[in-house]
Design a protein around this ligand. Structure first.
Ligand code: PMV
Length: 325
């Protein structure tokens, strides 16, 4: 059977950085995110008896390292579903991979949903989230709809994401200032392993549960200014840990800083907007829909910003009928 899934990338408001179990990808702390409407991966999977090895094409390319990681994930699927067949996989992003826009999140979420459906086995949303997490941590948050919490958990069964609110809960947007679409020098998986070398890491862990609780309250109350402050400070905290880990990670480019300062200026001028940043130089600007045009206009004029991508909160992963082969 052939199945195709679409999964959206997500932006974390409270971040996942550091793991307490490398092979299971158990995070040191829980996190909160929103699925992004305009960044997604489409993946078609078919298990075929004549194949001698998995046949995998991602964004038009057969890349050995990427394909090894995908085959490993297919092994998890084969093990859970007790199927032995090898698979043909074709996957396509509608955005640049590996540039800090969480392509591994949407990629592994789409792969999980498509490959499980292609085996004909049914898994619950929670089971899909647990499985996706093992491919790429943040992928577990791209399974449920809208605004999502990933429960850190102490075991694999306890570490999964669920929907806090549906996409229509709040009309906040994420305008991404795309600064570089080049592949990252140091992948997040290495950064995740080294997070604990930062002197700030334990300090972060002391208040992280309180922060997650507060973030959920602010989302529920739709208290935008307090929410924005929390989100912006959280991003700066994450990057302080990245700067002070060894080897140190400086994902920012000079233009990243210019955009951050422009966001502060927009606020002074009366436009409520706050930024957040993942593992890359791009800046995500959170604001209400009615301010998007104004924000875009301003950010688009900054030299070094190649484009801006507007996202609303979106659904999680789902099956679609348009197969890629
Ligand atoms: O899932 P990974 O290993 O790509 O890590 C994602 C890490 C951040 O994007 C920096 C934070 C997050 O929670 O998404």
């Amino acid at each position: 059977m052939k199945a195709t899934a679409r999964a959206h990338s997500n932006i974390a408001f409270v971040k996942y950085w550091g793991r307490k179990d490398e092979s299971l990808r158990l995070p040191t702390n829980g996190s909160i995110s929103m699925n992004l409407s305009n960044l997604y991966t489409t993946t078609t999977v078919e298990f075929i008896s004549s194949l001698k090895q998995d046949d995998i094409v991602v964004n038009g390319v057969r890349d050995k390292a990427i394909n090894r990681r995908i085959s490993k994930h297919l092994d998890r699927v084969r093990s859970i579903t007790k199927k032995k067949l090898l698979a043909k996989v074709v996957s396509q992003n509608n955005f640049a991979a590996d540039a800090g826009m969480a392509s591994s999140a949407s990629g592994f979420a789409a792969l999980t949903v498509a490959s499980i459906a292609a085996t004909g086995v049914h898994l619950s949303e929670k089971e899909l989230s647990i499985l996706a997490r093992q491919g790429s941590g943040s992928a577990c948050r791209s399974i449920p709809d809208g605004f999502v919490e990933w429960l850190g958990g102490d075991t694999s069964e306890e570490s999964y994401a669920y929907s806090l609110f549906k996409p229509n809960h709040w009309d906040i947007c994420d305008v991404i200032a795309v600064i570089s679409s080049k592949k990252k020098d140091i992948p997040t998986s290495i950064g995740q392993q080294n997070a604990q070398t930062s002197v700030f890491f334990n300090t972060r862990l002391k208040h992280i549960n309180e922060k997650i609780k507060r973030c959920k309250e602010l989302l529920k109350e739709k208290n935008f200014d307090e929410f924005g402050k929390l989100v912006e400070l959280e991003a700066l905290e994450l990057h302080s840990i990245m700067f002070t880990s060894w080897p140190s990670l400086i994902y920012w480019e000079p233009v990243s800083l210019t955009v951050m300062k422009t966001v502060a200026k927009l606020r002074e001028e009366g436009i409520p907007a706050y930024f957040t940043i993942d593992a890359g130089p791009n800046i995500h600007i959170v604001c209400f829909k009615k301010y998007v045009e104004g924000v875009k206009k301003r950010i688009d004029t900054i030299p070094g910003v190649s484009e801006t991508i507007m996202n609303t909160a979106s659904t999680g992963s789902h099956l679609i009928e348009d197969h890629l082969f």
